[in-house]
Design a binder for this molecule. Sequence first.
Ligand SMILES: O=C1O[C@H](COP(=O)(O)O)[C@@H](O)[C@H](O)[C@H]1O
Length: 261
Amino acid sequence: MCFKRILYLPVIVMSIVKTYEQGRQVHIGASGDQVGASVGKLVAELSKSAIATSGRFTLALSGGSLPKILEKGLSSLKGDLDFSKWHVFFADERCVPLDHEDSNYLACHQALFQHVPIPREQIYTIVLNTNPAVVAQEYTQQLISLWGTELPRFDLILLGMGPDGHTCSLFPGHALLNENSLWVASILDSPKPPPQRITLTYPVVNNAAAVAFVATGDSKAPLMRHMLGLETQTPSLPAARILPHNGQLHWFIDEAAASKL
Ligand SMILES: O=C1O[C@H](COP(=O)(O)O)[C@@H](O)[C@H](O)[C@H]1O
């Protein structure tokens, strides 16, 4: 008789880490699981240090491919983290109900929130309104509830990058790229559906203590040299304009996305 023993081994974090222009830390994983494990490790480190220093961990999450990658990365670290101190916002959100399949909240709920004890009132969701500008104003008030009138400084913002170079809901060539005063802006004509969204703006994202992009797959490869400051493009693509003034910038990518570096 033959017995097969199945061993479930934790993904060993073995990303290659390189430093690129202006201090960008690039973590290249052999697989999506390794990328997730490396991101999870950073989230865990920053969560612990922020809670030790200030008693809370402020995080902004994105939608798209990010939530599922994060889910894998955090699964082995969950028992070690104090989720009761987490305050979670969204780097961008689509103006749809929270249970709609396009909602970034729903994607994060399915991948993360339903598995970990973050107090619901510390997950800051949009209040839907027919006017996205009102949604953005009310979301700004939620930032003010935590930071007051000081420009918010997130401990960590996790971002994705679309194959067109967009990040948050900041799209190439859009007027929102020049928004310098609002913290949260609305967009009515997103080229990627759904068209109505809200997004954090550059002043807030570039004020974070750490920003980490997660980008996997071939479709991201042609943009990576530009994103890492190795090739200029005029005007710069939206994701390439994320350079925290006084903070860390990480890129977590897989070998497919790194193939043209
Ligand atoms: O529409 C969006 O797209 C970006 C990038 O998504 P990805 O699937 O290419 O990772 C995402 O970061 C953003 O939150 C989302 O609203």
